[in-house]
Every structure is written in structure tokens, then in C-alpha cells.
Design a protein around this ligand. Structure first.
Ligand SMILES: [Fe+2]
Ligand SMILES: [Fe+2]
Length: 308
């Protein structure tokens, strides 16, 4: 049987208006909204320890402070999502500190450790650009008012993160030599993992309740394409071009379907998936701050020394 306010919700969404309280939601809408918020909160949260390990390898105090500022932003972004979940009836404490680490939902990419400043800035250019596309879509098209407003702050800060990624990538690329080779290696392994952030290709996806409820506005393929276009064509991480002066991204195809070349809009191919990495975050970082009784207390941040 349809819930009592199903028709009212449908009409409200059709008019392009915003949902402001649980009284306007159907149980289905609430479930989808919570799931979307949880994936967003978990991804923001897990990016903090992943970025921290790499930020410790910053080449200067200034660069280290930039890394720490980004980490502080990511924790605030996670807090926004978990805080909204609390307003929707969940316990923030339980979500962050009492969940089984394996229950956290975030892209595979964050299970692969970032081990250098170069890897951190490539992550800023790729992962933060992906976050910018995904959250920008929710900010622009989303139907839940409180989250839409919360994302104003998030978008401004993500812009700072990806600018850090682009500026440093350009700087490292221009330095040439081993620095540039290291940058290329980072792009090679991070590119297919970032492609994965956007989920299944549209032709393999049956139906999107998130689109029906306007929890997002663009499909997986549209968002992935937007990421490919904004992250690689216009800025410091271009596709392979004539000569050897640009950084290429592994697994890319030009829009004409051939190997990457020129400045054509790159397209994603499912064959660029990389095998599942080991789940370092789930096994190491998350148990480290779990308050569940009997949870192992692992020294997640004591494996390396050398913070600037
Ligand atoms: Fe973020
Ligand atoms: Fe970010």
C-alpha cells in the first residue's frame, strides 16, 4: 500500500520544491536519503586518515599546513552528513564510533594508502574532483533542503582541495625527471580507482530511485563524463597529447573510441577497472577510533615518522 503522503511528495518533487522535514517524506524517500548521506559522510570521514598519512610527507611546513587544512575540511564535511542523519533519527555517536568497520561505505580508492605528497596532490586532483562532481550535482539538483544548504560550505572547500591538487600537479610535472615520473605513476593507479567512484554504467543499472526522488540529478555515466571532462581536459591533468610534455591517464579512450590522443573528451571504459585492493582503511583506520567494546586498538598513525 502507498504511504499516506506519497502523492503529496510526488507533487512537491514535480514542482521542483524542496523537502524540509520528515513529515513530508515517505519511508522510501527517507531510506534513500539516509543511504546517500551515509555514503557521503563515510567517504568524507575516511579521506581524513588517508590524506593524513600522505600529508606527513609534505615538502614544507606551508604544504603540510595546507594538507592539515584539507583534512580539517573533510572532517567537517563528514560532520555535516552525520549531523543531518542525526536529525533524521540516527545516532551520530553510533554511526562514527560503534559501527563495524566493514559496514562503512566508501570508494575502494581509500583502501589504497597514499604514501607521498605527490600521491596526495593527485588524490586532490582526482578524488576531490570526483567529490566535487558528485556533491555539486546534489547541491544543484537535490531535493532535501537542509543538505542542499549544508553543501554550500562543502563545495567552496572542495574547490580549494582540487586547486591544491591542480597547482601542485602542474608544478611537479614541470619539474620533470623523477618527480614527473612519480606523478605519472600516481595518475596511472589512481585514475581507474576514481572512475569507480561513479558506480555502474547506466546500461547495467536497472533503475535509480535516487533520480526519482531527485536526491541526485545526473546519472552515473553523466557524472563520470563530467569528471573526465573537468578533471582532465581543462586543467593540469590532460590526456596524452603530441609530444611528451603532458601527463596521461591510464585507461582513457578518446571520444572517437581510439587510444587517447589530442584534446578530445576522454571516455571511460569498464575494462579500466583495477582489481579490488586490500581493505586497509576498514582493517586499520576505522578500528583505531572505534569505541565498540572489544574493538582492537590499532596504532593507525604510528607506522611512519617524519612529520614536518
Ligand atoms: Fe570533502
Ligand atoms: Fe575534499
Amino acid at each position: 500500500m502507498e504511504p499516506a503522503n506519497s502523492g503529496a511528495l510526488e507533487a512537491l518533487l514535480k514542482r521542483g520544491e524542496l523537502v524540509e522535514s520528515t513529515s513530508e517524506m515517505t519511508p522510501d524517500y527517507l531510506r534513500e536519503l539516509k543511504h546517500t548521506l551515509l555514503v557521503s559522510g563515510d567517504t568524507e570521514l575516511i579521506s581524513a586518515p588517508a590524506y593524513y598519512l600522505a600529508a606527513r610527507k609534505a615538502p614544507s611546513v606551508n604544504a603540510f599546513m595546507t594538507g592539515i587544512a584539507i583534512i580539517q575540511d573533510e572532517l567537517a564535511h563528514a560532520h555535516i552528513a552525520y549531523h543531518i542523519l542525526e536529525e533524521l533519527g540516527e545516532s551520530q555517536e553510533a554511526l562514527i564510533f560503534k559501527r563495524d568497520p566493514k559496514a562503512f561505505r566508501y570508494p575502494y580508492a581509500f583502501d589504497v594508502p597514499l604514501e607521498s605528497w605527490t600521491e596526495l596532490v593527485v588524490a586532490n586532483a582526482m578524488y576531490d574532483q570526483a567529490g566535487f562532481c558528485l556533491l555539486g550535482d546534489i547541491h544543484e539538483h537535490g531535493s532535501y533542503g537542509p543538505w542542499k544548504r549544508g553543501l554550500v560550505k562543502v563545495m567552496a572547500e572542495e574547490n580549494f582541495h582540487l586547486r591544491n591538487g591542480r597547482n601542485w600537479s602542474k608544478r611537479i610535472s614541470q619539474a620533470g625527471g623523477e618527480a614527473r615520473e612519480e606523478l605519472q605513476r600516481a595518475v596511472d593507479w589512481m585514475f581507474p580507482l576514481t572512475v569507480e567512484w561513479f558506480g555502474l554504467p547506466d546500461n547495467l543499472k536497472q533503475h535509480s530511485t535516487q533520480l526519482d526522488y531527485r536526491l541526485k540529478g545526473l546519472t552515473n555515466d553523466q557524472l563520470r563524463q563530467q569528471w573526465l571532462s573537468t578533471g582532465f581536459r581543462a586543467h593540469s591533468m590532460p590526456t596524452r597529447s603530441a609530444g611528451t610534455s603532458t601527463i596521461r591517464a591510464a585507461g582513457m579512450r578518446s571520444s572517437s573510441g581510439g587510444a587517447s590522443g589530442g584534446r578530445a573528451t576522454p571516455r571511460w571504459s569498464p575494462s579500466s577497472r583495477r582489481a579490488s585492493p586490500s581493505s586497509r582503511c576498514a582493517h586499520e583506520f576505522l578500528p583505531a577510533f572505534s569505541r565498540r567494546s572489544g574493538a582492537p586498538r590499532l596504532p593507525a598513525f604510528s607506522r611512519r615518522s617524519g612529520a614536518p
